[in-house]
Design a protein around this ligand. Sequence first.
Ligand code: MG
Length: 245
Amino acid sequence: MPKLVRYTTSPDCPSTAPDHNSAVLQGDFENLPKNARLLPPCSPTKIVCVGRNYAEHAKELGNEVPSEPLIFLKPPSSLIAHSESIVYPAISQNVHFEGELGVVIGRQAKHVRREEPMDYVKGYTCLNDVTARDIQRKDVQFTRGKGFDTFCAVGPWLVPKEEVELSGLRVITRVDGEVKQDAPLTDMIFPVDVIIAFVTACMTLEPGDLIATGTPPGVGPMLPGQTVEVEIPGIGLLRNPVIRG
Ligand code: MG
């Protein structure tokens, strides 16, 4: 199975570096040079997230199950790669993990019809939609609560869509090895093709753009000193430590 990575051998290259940065290299995880450091497997112009896409998760936060996808954005400045640290902001007391399937767009998508959305998908990855729950609730708008630097962990790699049958897969989140979330991707209220058609009726998706497809029930706090894993067996395992900001 190809494991497509972006990486760098430059100690100065930030994890948010776009593809046109000369320090950004591309390859397969199995053939990396020894001094390679993984970068996020895509360089999105925007990260489109779906909220409340699992019925049991909507209920656990006291929300109604939506009748159409509820979308919001995370800024590309929130991206980190596999093994990089999630920084716990000093202004929050309630930072949560949200394990999710990440979808990477392969070609420009605009007003995509319901029959063809998967033509625009490049592949899949693991994603942690880190959330300052107290700030999200206080602001109502999600921008601050979801938008801190390091709040979008993604990777370790991208698996091409041709290699993956999503219907048999689960998303599992662990904190210090303890399972907190474990649900089949088929529990999504709105599947990937419906999300792409819905999003592109509003905004153009560019190659490398990233969709966070929503989190299953079991969200909860993670603390500085802990390590969070988001695993989708058949795709990969994303692991990030949490440190105090
Ligand atoms: Mg989420």
